[in-house]
Design a protein around this ligand. Structure first.
Ligand code: ACO
Length: 331
């Protein structure tokens, strides 16, 4: 059996906000942001929603895969910033694109969300329940960010990426002898460190509670703890995935990592003893879009012809929860 990505798509808001624009809002500088994060600009929604961005990315992924929306069996949207609690974003996407035969639901694993969704689809397909799925990572984080907090507002952006995943009965083998498809996945969570990166929803409130709780509705982050977690856990998790696949970092052509911070990516490359040229990055142009960063980068690489048939990719992400994961794929 082969389970592989046959189409990718992405959608970004048109509005570009540069580091210089942020200098007008908070006490920061282009130099500080670039040096500490590698980010120069990000896209910010002027009304685009998690659902509309998701739907646009899905339509592009379907077009590339040569499929119609009616053929889709499952839609999984990974997001931590939906506009609606009910209905879920995946059902909104189903409605917009007309995927009338699909089952649809959301999943929240923050920045690891796209990987967790991909792994969920993989498990469904391996067990024969579904033959295909649209997997989406989509965020409008700009509404969760406190625009007076320089520690977080410089990091995040808005956007969506999607992949169409298909299962087929036969094995597909490339000229280099590699068997196409998802080779293995690793995922994990550490809830004990959940409050290192958090964002509250509504507190418990009802007719029987007289004392009202006040909460901040914005992202709260201990940046240094997140940094330590990422630089330790991501290489460990990738090593685990490589061991599971029976390969080493040398057998990998490209590491498509969650785009949070260039220093984190450089540190992971160093720990894996892999050349940094194997770690494509686009966070300078679009910042950290949580669950959307991996599929948006994947789409950029795919459409730009930078992924060749037979290439082996490691996708790896980490984020709030805390959560982490890695997936090995032969293209
Ligand atoms: N501009 C200027 N100064 C700033 C800014 C800013 N935007 N933000 C913080 N500072 C200041 C701080 O106030 C502090 O000043 P002080 O020394 O006077 O107190 C100083 O810079 C150093 O602050 P630190 O927090 O120690 O800076 P650090 O070197 O750790 O860099 C950063 C901060 C970039 C957030 C870093 O910790 C990091 O990258 N962490 C990982 C965060 C991350 O990737 N989060 C998202 C991942 S999970 C997800 O994607 C949802």
């Amino acid at each position: 059996m082969t389970i592989r990505i046959t189409g990718t798509g992405s959608a970004l808001p048109e509005k570009i906000v540069t580091n210089f624009d942020l200098q007008e809002l908070v006490e920061t500088s282009d130099e500080w942001i670039r040096e500490r994060t590698g980010i120069a600009q990000r896209r910010i929604s002027m009304g685009e929603t998690v659902a509309t961005l998701s739907a646009a990315a899905c339509q592009r992924a379907l077009e590339m895969a040569g499929k119609t929306a009616e053929e889709v069996e499952l839609i999984l949207v990974a997001t931590c910033s939906p506009e609606m609690l009910l209905p879920c974003c995946a059902c909104q996407v189903q409605d917009i694109i007309g995927a009338s035969h699909a089952a649809a639901f959301d999943l929240n694993a923050a920045c690891s969300g796209f990987l967790f969704a991909l792994n969920t689809a993989y498990a469904y397909m391996q067990s024969g329940i579904y033959k295909n799925a649209l997997i989406v990572g989509s965020e409008v984080l700009s509404k969760l960010v406190d625009w007076s907090d320089r520690g977080t507002c410089v990091l995040f952006g808005d956007g969506a990426g999607a992949a169409f995943v298909e299962a087929s009965a036969e094995d597909i083998v490339r000229d280099n002898g590699r068997k196409v498809g998802m080779e293995c996945m690793v995922q994990g969570s550490d809830g004990t460190k959940g409050m290192v990166l958090s964002c509250a929803e509504r507190p418990v409130d009802n007719a029987f509670i007289s004392e009202k709780q006040t909460i901040s509705p914005y992202i709260q982050m201990n940046g240094q703890e997140v940094y330590k977690f990422a630089t330790r856990q991501v290489p460990a998790c990738i090593h685990q995935a490589l061991d599971k696949a029976g390969i080493t970092a040398e057998d990998v052509d490209m590491f498509v990592l969650h785009q949070a911070n260039v220093r984190i990516i450089e540190s992971v490359a160093k720990r894996l003893k892999a050349d940094i040229s194997k770690f494509p990055m686009n966070l300078d142009k679009i910042g950290n879009m949580s669950s959307a960063t991996i599929p948006v980068l994947l789409d950029e690489l795919n459409r730009g012809g930078r992924i060749q048939d037979g290439n082996r990719l490691v996708l790896s992400g980490f984020g709030a929860g805390l959560t982490y994961g890695a997936t090995v794929i032969v293209w």
